[in-house]
Design a protein around this ligand. Structure first.
Ligand SMILES: [Ca+2]
Length: 390
């Protein structure tokens, strides 16, 4: 088995016990079947395609443990769906080469929205920079017709309904690396939350990592990357967290915010056809720094997707159940800011962390965690590309 080739962990120095209530309610991984992952994603910039790449590699190497069941796009651009299919085709040609092989949800009405590289600047990476549009360029290689995208995708609420109804109890992981419109609409329609309580094991959310308070892009922004002036996005986020059944844990995380991934894939030779490698190049193309620095990207979304596959909990753990994350309401409005309430009896909002210790990366070199988690993920991204090319 793939993971058994990795060096064993030594010298864990940090082991914070879980809250008793959490242990009682939450079945251990050994009690459950395979992890059925629904990826809820904006799928526009570089990080979410790379997170999909990572999920497909986990599925390949852990077929009995991690299974991707749907990509539910929290955006309405047809190019996001087309890019998704192109990545599925390249990374899992035997399983997903065809739009009907894996459900893809896309918001309605379907549009031809593209990022505008001259107006959007990535404020969250290690360098503030103009980034290149990738979705339409990677999506252009998909073999189907643009006009068929609406017919070949489904409404994201229906994807949630279908996938949750089919799943075994407490086996579903929702990986939330986009915004919250899809879940908001699903929860509006299913007010009793029965499907979530019965089928969902956990939700992992990109954001909410700062304590005791903070704000997160995914909690307040729109598809175009800018804050929603009407604050509707933040209101939907607050609804999801406020109405989520407390017995189904939400893991919050911004892991990898300062990490670089894609470095080794970009430097690799013989992988020019790889859609993720091409996306890295396109993303960095407008940058005048391209010739001076390595074009790389900071990717908490990718690191979180990597954490999903850590079903043996080698690298990631719920380091400290910090209590409950509350969205802050001011005069009946939300703006995406939150605070962690340590006094709450509800312990099922968890801050996901990286264990301290030594391990080996996917090139076999020793590294120390948590400091070098970026290198761990980066070598996995390269491994995924190398495996797909063979
Ligand atoms: Ca994202």
């Amino acid at each position: 088995m793939f993971l058994q080739n990795l060096a064993s962990w030594i010298a864990f120095s940090l082991a914070v016990p879980l809250a008793a209530a959490f242990q009682k309610n939450h079945p251990s991984k050994n009690d459950r079947g395979p992890d059925q992952v629904i990826m809820d994603t904006d799928m526009i910039l570089l990080d979410d395609p790379m997170a999909l790449q990572v999920m497909l590699e986990w599925e390949r190497v852990q077929e009995d443990k991690t299974q991707l069941k749907a990509v539910n796009i929290n955006a309405d651009s047809k190019y996001s769906a087309m890019m998704t299919w192109e990545i599925l085709k390249y990374y899992a040609p035997d399983k997903y080469n065809g739009h009907d092989k894996l459900p893809v949800g896309l918001r309605r009405p379907v549009t031809d929205f593209k990022w505008n590289p001259t107006t959007f600047r990535d404020l969250y990476g290690p360098k503030v920079d103009i980034v290149g549009e990738i979705a339409s360029k990677i999506g252009a290689d998909w073999s189907g017709s643009e006009s068929d995208v609406e017919e070949k995708t489904e409404d994201p609420v229906k994807v949630y309904e279908d996938m949750l109804e089919k799943a075994d109890d407490q086996t579903v992981t929702i990986l939330s690396i986009g915004f919250f419109d899809n879940l908001y609409e699903f929860m509006q329609k299913h007010e009793n939350r029965e499907l979530i309580k019965k089928k969902v094991w956990r939700m992992l959310v990109m954001g909410g990592d700062k304590t005791p308070s903070g704000s997160s892009h995914n909690f307040y922004a729109r598809e175009d990357g800018h804050p929603d002036p009407s604050n509707e996005a933040a209101k939907k986020t607050a609804f999801v967290f406020n109405n989520w059944p407390s017995e189904v844990p939400i893991y919050f995380s911004g892991l990898g915010k300062n990490e670089l991934v894609g470095v080794r894939l970009l430097e690799a030779t013989g992988l020019d056809q790889d859609p993720i490698r091409r996306a890295i190049v396109l993303y960095n193309e407008p940058s005048e720094l391209l010739t001076k620095e390595k074009p790389v990207h900071s990717c908490p979304d990718v690191t979180l997707a990597f954490a999903v596959g850590d079903v043996d909990e080698e690298w990631f753990e719920d380091l400290n159940p910090h209590g409950k994350l509350n969205m802050i309401e001011k005069n009946g409005e939300y703006d995406g800011s939150y605070e962690w309430d340590d006094s709450s009896d509800t312990k099922n909002n968890i801050l996901l962390g990286v264990k301290s210790g030594e391990t080996k990366d996917f090139e076999g070199k020793s590294l120390k965690l948590p400091d070098e988690v970026g290198r761990l993920v980066d070598t996995f991204v390269l491994k995924a590309a190398q495996d797909a090319a063979h």
